[in-house]
Design a protein around this ligand. Structure first.
Ligand SMILES: NC(=O)c1ccc[n+]([C@@H]2O[C@H](COP(=O)([O-])OP(=O)(O)OC[C@H]3O[C@@H](n4cnc5c(N)ncnc54)[C@H](O)[C@@H]3O)[C@@H](O)[C@H]2O)c1
Ligand SMILES: O=C(O)C[C@H](O)C(=O)O
Length: 331
């Protein structure tokens, strides 16, 4: 019996993500939580007859509602929080989203301390360290079970490469994207693409920029109405599905994700090489979650090494902000 919970279920990402969860044969019980309209979303989805039944939408911001939503959860996916408007950076969201994520993780630490936790809320580079610090303070932190969802960067990289090479099917490309999830902290390693691709030299800078700033394209096009929601729901579900399949014993599943490196096998060497404790790298998933971090960073070419240098500088500041948000508050 697998119970999945979506926190922020009535939002732009939350609704399509909940629909994808409702359609998944890997999920038996689906629980939706938001501070607005989640009973409505739950009632709507309940008219779809699929396996993920027995579900409810909890709305009030009360302890009882959080307890009901989270108790017994195996996987919690968190797209709760505010999205960007044109002119904003993801870091501008910290002020509001840091507190939202902190409160929700406190609830996870009490009611489902062993669940896989997938953080979508931005800025991911800081909200994941916030989540880790909250779980550490509660004495229930398992680094193998906490993931920053960076799959949208991978989805974009794969799709933009397919577009550039006039290929219709982006699913045949496997492109690792490492680092963090904002601007120049996002580093696509095109040299490690499987199957290998030849990117024309005069197109490389533009392609890297498009992956790093792909989120801005959507923010601009939505013109004040938010950021990526549908592609994010797809990406979030792709990662959740991979994790659930691996948890059931399927072997050989590898996805890039933003993890606390010192707590994952193979992560120490990457933390040492990058100077960052949190980093998105391809991770082998298994029944316990993040079984092994794969050190693809060491295979970067000279062009990619420069990108990595820039990424790590910015990332360190973002990570520190997240850690201090929790540690500072508890002093
Ligand atoms: N990781 C990624 O790749 C990625 C991609 C796209 C968006 N995002 C981020 O995801 C977040 C959500 O984006 P969106 O477009 O769905 O925003 P949205 O405003 O449409 O939805 C957010 C939902 O969160 C809810 N919420 C707010 N506070 C809450 C709380 N304390 N508990 C439960 N729910 C709460 C809101 O009521 C709302 O329904 C943003 O921070 C955005 O930047 C991340
Ligand atoms: O760009 C944003 O703010 C949302 C998200 O992080 C994205 O990459 O689309």
């Amino acid at each position: 019996m697998v119970k999945a919970v979506v926190l922020g279920a009535a939002g732009g990402i939350g609704q399509p993500l909940s629909l994808l969860c409702k359609m998944s044969p890997l999920i038996d019980v689906l629980s939706l939580f938001d501070v607005v309209n989640s009973p409505g979303v739950a009632a709507d989805l309940s008219h779809i007859a699929t396996k993920a039944g027995d579900f409810k939408g909890e709305q009030q911001e009360t302890e009882d509602a959080k307890k009901a939503a989270l108790s017994g959860a195996d996987i919690v996916i968190i797209p709760a929080g505010v999205p960007r408007k044109p002119g904003m950076t993801r870091d501008d969201l910290f002020k509001i989203n840091a507190g939202i994520v902190k409160d929700l993780i406190v609830a996870c630490s009490k009611y489902c301390p062993k669940a896989f936790i997938l953080v979508i809320s931005n800025p991911v580079n800081s909200t994941v360290p916030i989540a880790a610090e909250v779980l550490k303070e509660a004495g229930v932190f398992d680094p193998k079970r906490l993931f920053g969802v960076t799959t949208l960067d991978v989805v974009r990289a794969e799709n933009f490469v397919a577009e550039l090479l006039n290929q219709k099917d982006s699913s045949k490309f496997n492109i690792p994207v490492v680092g963090g999830h904002s601007g120049n902290t996002i580093v696509p390693l095109f040299s490690q693409t499987q199957p290998s691709v030849d990117i024309p030299a005069d197109k490389l800078d533009g392609l890297v920029h498009r992956v790093q700033f792909g989120g801005d394209e959507v923010v601009k096009a939505k013109d004040g109405a938010g950021s990526a929601t549908l592609s994010m729901a797809y990406a979030g579900f792709r990662f959740a599905e991979a994790l659930l399949k691996a948890a059931k014993g399927e072997k050989g599943i590898v996805e890039p994700t933003f993890v606390y490196l010192p707590g994952v096998e193979g992560g120490d060497a990457i933390a040492k090489a990058t100077g960052c404790d949190y980093f998105a790298v391809p991770v082998e998933l298994g029944p316990g979650g993040a079984e092994k971090a794969i050190n693809i960073v060491s295979k970067a070419n000279d062009y990619e090494k420069k990108l990595l240098d820039e990424a790590t500088k910015a990332l360190k500041t973002n990570i520190e902000a997240g850690v201090n948000f929790v540690k500072g508050a508890s002093k």
